[in-house]
Design a protein. Structure first.
Length: 378
């Protein structure tokens, strides 16, 4: 079997042909230092020779009748010294340039070493260059910050994959158990009850899959901006929850002021809808209240949407994780009607795509206050 030919890859442009090895950066710097010294020395000796041309070519007789060296004598004496001087400059330039370039490029070697380690899966490696701040250390700090964010994203993806597999495996296991139980004793099966339970579990699994797709679309969204009003979107979202609000006796205290934004209307509708639904579903008890405000930021400009609802006591640790997938007020959701646990994660992704700030704080006595602030519309 013929071994595969190694190829280099660059993101987004496909395979590239292998590049021929050229001079290293250290050698290039060394040659540039040596060339600089050699050219400088050559210029200096050329200037001296130019000045010697102003001397007479013949013998010079001094005032007291003695003789002084002529131009030819000085040039004969200078040229061998000039050749040795240029050779000295070349040797010093090569040796000194090699050492100096090595010292200057040492941080780049450290960056390259860490980059290779990360390429092979060691995402916990960091550069952490010491010393005073300069361009290379700023570059190293930027790479370290990028690796920190990369590690956080990979960890979040691992948790997301584990939670998603658990959420999708559970309803299938439940349906499989119900079907096995029905097969073991078909005559004792309450078929309408079994079908109803299967439909409930299937609806929950379908909702989780749809929420996962919505989260993926929100995180990789290509915005189609158009003028929107958060007040209008909030009224539409409350209208969609009218039946649930009436059935639970929840009172809505709304204050609508014009809140113009520039964004993708479909995604913004989903953002507002998820926030309203989250406030309704996780309201503390029937007969509770829901506060909703929209308006424009005074002074700085930009629109905002604010919702507030009573509910469970939320710890500071949990507040920092509410926008993670499959996390709700009690950590992980349990039971029907509690949603997929992806609503706030989708809200966070849509807000980030629009450059908005999502601020969530725990209410005194329990519940949640959510405020989304958008940048000024152009």
């Amino acid at each position: 079997m013929t071994p595969a030919t190694p190829r280099s890859w660059t993101t987004g442009v496909g395979p590239q042909a292998p590049r021929r090895r050229g001079l290293g950066l250290r050698m290039k710097l060394t040659l540039s230092y040596a060339a600089f010294l050699f050219v400088s020395g050559t210029g200096f000796f050329a200037l001296v020779l130019l000045l010697l041309r102003y001397l007479p070519a013949g013998l010079l007789v001094t005032v007291d009748g003695g003789f002084a060296p002529s131009r030819r004598d000085l040039m004969d004496a200078l040229l061998p010294k000039a050749a040795l001087g240029l050779l000295f400059f070349a040797v010093v330039g090569l040796a000194g340039g090699w050492l100096l370039a090595g010292a200057m490029l040492k941080p780049i070697g450290r960056i390259h070493e860490v980059a290779l380690a990360v390429q092979h899966g060691e995402v916990d490696r960091r550069i952490r260059l010491e010393g005073k701040t300069d361009e290379l250390r700023e570059l190293a700090d930027s790479v370290d910050l990028m690796l920190d964010r990369l590690a956080a994203m990979l960890e979040e993806q691992r948790r997301f994959a584990a939670n998603a597999s658990h959420e999708l495996r559970t309803p299938h296991a439940v349906m499989g158990g119900m079907l096995e139980l029905a097969e073991s004793d078909p005559h004792a099966v309450d078929v309408p009850h079994l079908l109803r339970r299967l439909r409930e579990v299937n609806t929950r699994a379908t909702g989780t899959v749809e929420a996962l797709l919505a989260l993926t679309r929100a995180e990789g969204a290509r915005l189609r901006p158009e003028p929107c009003d958060l007040a209008e979107l909030a009224e539409e979202a409350l209208g969609a929850q009218r039946d649930d609000l009436a059935a639970r006796g929840i009172t809505v205290l709304a204050e609508y002021d014009g809140a113009p934004v520039e964004g993708d209307r479909i995604l913004l509708t989903q953002l507002v809808g998820n926030l309203v639904r989250n406030a309704v579903v996780h309201n503390l008890a029937d007969g509770g209240e829901l506060f909703l405000r929209t308006g424009e930021q005074p002074g700085a400009g930009g629109a905002f949407l604010e919702l507030e609802n009573p509910g469970e006591e939320l710890s500071p640790e949990l507040m920092g994780r509410l926008t993670e997938p499959f996390v709700q007020g009690r950590g992980r959701q349990a039971g029907p009607g509690k949603g997929s646990g992806l609503g706030l994660a989708i809200v966070s992704a849509i807000a980030q795509a629009h450059g908005a700030v999502l601020d969530m704080t725990a209410r005194p006595g329990g519940g949640l206050r959510v405020r989304v602030t958008f940048p000024p519309a152009p």
